[in-house]
Design a binder for this molecule. Structure first.
Ligand code: SAM
Length: 228
């Protein structure tokens, strides 16, 4: 099985076993909505990459954001469409390559999705999404951060002088998957050229529920694409 098939199979299995179905949205969605209002893109076309089964997608869509929901997990989208049939037509099964190459957006959201794959893959996906954002549009990102207490079993695949690294999980729900952890320096460099900060990079830490150990860390930020 190739890496992409492994990702969709792993997430299909997670959603079948109820992942996120009773979880509240992440607080970051309030920042996303506020920024969309402030920058007057509330009526624009938005894209939520890796929308999952809707814990964050649905509250944003119900507040009026016009969001295409994209996900490689067919199970996630089936569950989301069942929960909210009114948004069924806005859901697309696949990744960024599944969208028409000339399709662009005023708002792009990625919550815990751009960390899939190794460093090169993660950077390529972020760059591809950046290219799909219109000038003046907002890029809202929440992604794995270095400093996470790594758990469960894993092996280090690569690390970089800027602090970013990739592991492969050896057990647990993501067993076999490559997952990247970004450093602040790495993310800032990826958004240095054509973007200005709207919500500066901040670190959010979540304590795992015992007996799972330690905490996991996520970067959150919102950038605006400069006009060319
Ligand atoms: C950690 S879950 C987060 C789901 C959702 N953003 C949330 O916060 O509830 C990651 C999601 O990204 C999806 N995914 C992984 N790689 C993807 C890709 N390249 N394109 C689209 N979706 C992807 C997975 O199927 C999964 O639903």
């Amino acid at each position: 099985m190739d890496e992409n098939s492994m990702i969709s199979a792993a997430w299909d299995a997670e959603y079948k076993s109820g992942r996120y179905s009773n979880e509240p949205p992440v607080p970051f969605i309030a920042d996303i909505f506020k920024a969309a209002v402030s920058y007057r893109i509330i009526n624009g076309h938005g894209l939520y990459v890796g929308c999952g089964n809707g814990r964050n997608y649905l509250p944003l869509a119900r507040q009026g954001l016009n969001l295409l929901g994209l996900d490689v997990s067919a199970v996630a989208l089936q569950h989301l469409a069942k929960r909210a049939p009114e948004f069924r037509e806005r859901l697309v099964h696949g990744d960024l390559n599944s969208l028409p190459s000339d399709k662009t957006f005023d708002l792009i959201i990625g919550i815990q999705v751009f960390q899939h794959g190794d460093r090169v893959t993660a950077h390529e996906s972020l760059r591809k999404a950046q290219q799909k954002l219109n000038p003046g549009g907002l890029f809202c990102l929440r992604v794995n951060a270095v400093g996470t207490d790594l758990w469960p079993d894993h092996e280090l695949i690569e690390d970089h002088p800027d602090g970013g690294f990739t592991i492969r999980y050896l057990s647990g729900p993501k067993s076999g998957l490559l997952i990247h952890f970004f450093s602040a320096e790495e993310l800032s460099a990826l958004f240095s050229d054509h973007f200005e900060q709207v919500l500066p990079l901040r670190l959010e830490q979540t304590k795992r529920t015992p007996p799972a150990p330690g905490q996991w860390s996520q970067w959150e930020a919102i950038w605006r694409k400069k006009a060319v």
